[in-house]
Design a protein around this ligand. Structure first.
Ligand SMILES: *Cc1c(COP(=O)(O)O)cnc(C)c1O
Length: 447
């Protein structure tokens, strides 16, 4: 394959004729419930660029939703996948096991926060791993209830829909949902300032006590198997909780025999400027759930934790036909080696400083940018009606659509649909990253 030129280039209108043909075919063949953010079809991707079927080169600020963190078709991953796929594609780890699975478990046990004797189990998707973390926590504690938080996103299967907060589009019409799931208030500094005063916005311990009161009084620790939380919320709006929130929750869980599950599906693997986002808070969760950035796009997910918890289920209680597929495991090992050898954790921290500097300057001149937040290469802006806290979903939609037309892939998120989120691959050049932000600045000025 020839190298993909690292520049933004519009060869046709967006979408071009080939994409338009595919859009027509998709409408006739694919269930309409499966939506698309971009109106173009991908042909190739590398570094900071996705090239579409009409030869348009788009700057990638999405990484396929925080998945291709080491860059699409990353060379070591491509080589490892080629080698593995030629050796064998599948045997089922539960039938004829293979080394790759064990090596990924070893890597996860080594890389995740905490020093003790750890174990991992591998699955296919983030949702599947979340479900398994809850199975493990229930067996371990002998309890059933699970608490998740406002604005949470944990997936689209039945149990994970119940854990997910937002109805439209994730849950609407799809119930009934799994029982024994309860929702606690989050720490959402930007909006807590509005509803709970300045103290709640800055005092994470106070925000945690609000959640703990709910858990204590409405669920009861003696019924509660697990608390699950994203250390920085993804789909919910890249919400970084106030300092002290996560440690206080974790301590309460420890004191009450409740398993603390960190859902690091979106935040894991260098994305936030640490290998795992929990490290920013200095906390060691009981179980940690990973997926997305783990294998550069090959489907793989995992649950990792202390042997005492992970080994609670009976032999044969965990598994699945494809879980820890050998090709996906080869991709994961190459991805992890690329992160560690390439200094990509530091690269994510550098991207944070570039983006926050630029977006901060934009915010100073534009009172529609209510908040700039996030960590590492996981940065967002929350858009509001000028000078208020009122969410502006319409502006967000207009801005993202115009960015797509201009050749920049951006995603939106947030409970109110008013958050523009940036998840560039860590291999994007500074120049491309800043060019994409310049494009956004010009569009926002015109809107
Ligand atoms: C994407 C995501 C999931 C679900 O992962 P899938 O692979 O889509 O099932 C779960 N939790 C978080 C935090 C996510 O971002």
């Amino acid at each position: 394959m020839s190298a993909l030129e690292q520049s933004r280039h519009l060869a046709t209108a967006i979408p071009g004729p080939r994409s338009q043909d595919l859009i027509t075919r998709k409408k006739a063949a694919v269930a309409s419930g499966v939506g698309n953010t971009m109106p173009v079809y991908a042909a190739r991707a590398f570094g900071g660029i996705v090239e579409d079927v009409d030869g348009n080169r788009l700057i990638d600020l999405g990484s396929g939703i925080a998945v291709t963190t080491v860059g699409n078709a990353s060379p070591r991953v491509v080589d490892a996948v080629r080698e593995q796929v030629a050796n064998f594609t599948h045997t089922c780890f539960m039938v004829t096991p293979y080394e790759g699975y064990v090596a990924v478990a070893e890597a996860l046990n080594r890389l995740t926060p905490g020093d003790g004797d750890k174990r991992s189990a591998l699955f296919n998707s983030g949702s599947e791993a979340v479900e398994n973390a809850i199975k493990i926590a229930r067996v371990y504690t002998g309890k059933q209830a699970v608490v998740s938080f406002d604005h949470a996103y944990h997936g689209r299967t039945n149990l994970t829909m119940a854990l997910t907060a937002k109805s439209m589009p994730y849950k609407h019409g799809f119930g009934p949902f799994a029982p024994e799931i309860y929702r606690a208030p989050l720490s959402y500094p930007f909006r807590d300032a509005e509803f709970g005063g300045k103290e709640l916005a800055t005092d994470g311990e106070l925000a945690a006590r609000r959640a703990i009161t709910m858990m204590d009084k409405q669920v009861g620790a003696e019924n509660l198997a697990a608390v699950i939380i994203e250390p920085i919320q993804g789909e919910g709006g890249f919400i970084v909780p106030a300092e002290g929130f996560l440690p206080t929750l974790l301590q309460w869980c420890r004191d009450n025999d409740v398993v603390f599950i960190a859902d690091e599906v979106q935040t894991g693997f260098a994305r936030t400027g640490r290998m795992f986002a929990c490290e920013h808070e200095g906390i060691v969760p009981d179980l940690i759930v990973t997926a997305k950035g783990i294998a550069d796009g090959m489907p793989l997910s995992a649950v990792t934790g202390p042997a005492s918890i992970m080994d609670a289920p009976h032999v044969g209680g965990l598994g699945g036909t494809y879980g820890g597929n050998p090709v996906a495991c080869a991709a994961a090992l190459a991805t992890i080696a690329t992160i560690e050898d390439g200094g990509l954790v530091d690269r994510a921290a550098h991207i944070e400083s570039l983006m926050k500097d630029k977006l901060g300057r934009m915010q100073a001149e534009d009172d529609r940018i209510g908040d700039v937040r996030g960590r590492g290469a996981m940065i967002a802006v929350e858009l509001v009606k000028p000078g208020t806290l009122e969410p502006d979903a319409e502006l967000t939609k207009k801005l993202s659509t115009a960015a797509h037309q201009a050749g920049v892939i951006v995603l939106t998120c947030g409970t109110f649909g008013n958050v523009l989120r940036f998840l560039p691959p860590l291999t994007i050049s500074d120049e491309l990253l800043l060019e994409a932000l310049d494009v956004l600045e010009l569009i926002l000025r015109d809107l």
